[in-house]
Design a protein around this ligand. Structure first.
Ligand code: ATP
Ligand code: MG
Length: 245
């Protein structure tokens, strides 16, 4: 059972993740400022915004890959902003980076096995989620398509048995048929596997359809927070939030 199941914040509403007054960036450069939000256990959150507003930096900050300057990050009832990346991973945070980061000279199967930790996921369960990976199991990481690399990157994160999965533009640059199978897999992760998901996505409509809640970033600050269905129903608001400089 994931660690976060055991924890309930104050009033009986279990939060998996909570950021308070977060300021972070790279060295002395501040990218994120005053970032506050919380996400319930088994919740799903879309992170929207134009290029360069700080979406990747937000996920990387939760994972511990940026320079943390102020504020607090809580995960499953623990304060984690000073923990090392591997410690956060061990607590149940999985990260699928925008760059995918497949090992090019390892096979598909080896890419999965190097990430294995005891838990709910095995190579065979990843192959069940992504049958294309089973077909390509002996291919090297650099011999598979972009869509297959994305599946492998998600599969590798799952092998670490996360309760919270951070997905950075998993649909970027992929053909519609691959997008559909990735969307189905992500849906299975949230609805059947009960994962908590933060989904960064350029395609606002797709991201909003996949999630319960959304936030919009602009220049490193949150400019909107609400139900995904509200934003989906209000295209004018959505485009004003995402295009406004
Ligand atoms: N390693 C880095 N060192 C310094 N600045 C960086 C670094 N990575 C990103 N930045 C800067 O931080 C800001 C936010 O970048 P980030 O990659 O988080 O944006 P993003 O919203 O994910 O963009 P995209 O939609 O293009 O992926 C940008 O101004 C970018 O130039
Ligand atoms: Mg990015």
């Amino acid at each position: 059972m994931p660690a976060c199941k055991a924890f309930t914040w104050g009033k009986g509403v279990p939060d998996a993740l909570k950021l308070s007054g977060v300021r972070a960036g790279y060295g002395a450069t501040v990218v994120l400022e005053d970032v506050d939000f919380s996400l319930a256990e088994q919740g799903s959150l879309a992170v929207l915004g134009r290029n360069g507003v700080g979406k990747t930096t937000l996920l990387a900050t939760i994972m511990g890959l940026t320079t943390f300057q102020a504020g607090r990050i809580e995960y499953a009832g623990k304060t984690i902003e000073r923990l090392e990346v591997h410690e956060r991973a061990r607590l149940g945070i999985g990260y699928v980076p925008q760059t995918r980061d497949i090992f090019p000279s390892l096979s598909v199967e080896e890419n999965l096995l190097v990430a294995a930790r005891p838990g709910r996921w095995s190579r065979d369960r990843v192959f069940d989620l992504f049958p294309r990976l089973a077909e390509r199991r002996s291919h090297m990481g650099n011999q598979i398509s972009g869509g297959e690399q994305q599946m492998l990157s998600i599969g590798r994160a799952l092998m670490g048995d996360p309760a919270l999965l951070l997905l950075d533009e998993p649909l970027e640059g992929l053909a519609p048929i691959i997008v559909d199978s990735l969307l189905a897999a992500i849906q299975r992760l949230t609805q059947v596997e009960s994962l908590t998901v933060v989904l960064v996505e350029q395609s606002a409509r797709l991201a909003l359809e996949m999630t319960q809640e959304a936030l919009v970033l602009n220049r490193g600050r949150i400019t909107h927070r609400g139900a995904s269905s509200e934003l989906l129903a209000d295209p004018k608001l959505l485009s004003s939030l995402i295009v406004s400089g």
